[in-house]
Design a binder for this molecule. Structure first.
Ligand code: HEC
Ligand code: HEC
Length: 165
């Protein structure tokens, strides 16, 4: 119930609150992010305002509450794919070949590589996370191994895009 205030009644995400869609995301990733927010590994950068907001929420989860809320989220239907943003899908498909090695061929998430599902997510959230990784607002904490890995890839994407201009 607490989460719905920002993430929506069906955890479909809310652009007004800048809160991503949680329905459809893989449980192992949700759990890891809640632990990172709680422990100050994500959302601790002074310029990460959205992350700081979420970290305060994660710190309220006690005992088995984290596992319980993740189990509940897994029961929700992600529904229709959300908005696709203003990009060019054909160009994106070429670039996605890099991403697929960690996020899976259909962006369904790949636990072995720790890459979360992306296919269910709002474009505005994905874009903000890529810029968070590029600018060090996410993935710069010394204990954030997965975030550091993704930050390196975000730099690579920025480089590839610069070649096109
Ligand atoms: C006050 C608003 C607010 C509330 C309440 C809230 N969240 Fe969030 N949550 C956010 C925002 C904003 C983000 C995006 C953070 C960012 O941009 O990095 C977020 C991100 C997340 C993420 C990361 C998703 C991803 O794809 O990486 C998870 C998981 C999450 N929230 C779970 C929860 C759960 C579970 C609850 C209830 C216990 C909850 N949130 C309550 C605002 C909120
Ligand atoms: C080397 C493996 C790897 C590659 C390649 C990779 N990623 Fe990631 N990505 C990750 C990992 C691991 C995470 C989770 C980081 C964490 O735990 O905080 C992640 C997280 C993300 C997130 C945040 C999702 C969320 O819900 O907050 C986005 C967006 C993302 N990746 C996009 C991409 C895109 C786009 C590409 C290709 C251009 C890509 N990734 C390539 C490993 C990778």
């Amino acid at each position: 119930m607490t989460c719905m205030g920002c993430h929506g009644m069906k955890a479909e995400g809310s652009r007004n609150f800048k809160a991503p869609r949680l329905a459809g995301q893989t449980p192992w990733y949700l759990k890891r992010q809640l632990v990172k927010f709680r422990d100050g590994v994500r959302g601790a950068h002074p310029q990460d305002l959205e992350g700081a907001q979420m970290a305060a929420m994660a710190r309220m989860l006690r005992g088995t509450a984290t596992d319980d809320v993740v189990a509940f989220l897994a029961t929700l239907d992600p529904g229709r794919p959300p908005d696709a943003g203003g990009g060019n899908a054909a160009n994106g498909a070429e670039l996605f070949a890099i991403c697929a090695t960690c996020h899976g061929p259909s962006a369904e998430g790949l636990e072995a590589q720790k890459g979360p599902r992306l296919s269910h997510q709002h474009s505005w959230y994905l874009e903000r996370q890529l810029s968070n990784f590029q600018e060090g607002r996410r993935g710069s904490h010394a204990s954030d191994m997965e975030g550091q890995q993704m930050a390196a890839i975000a730099d690579l994407v920025a480089y590839i895009q610069s070649l096109d201009q």
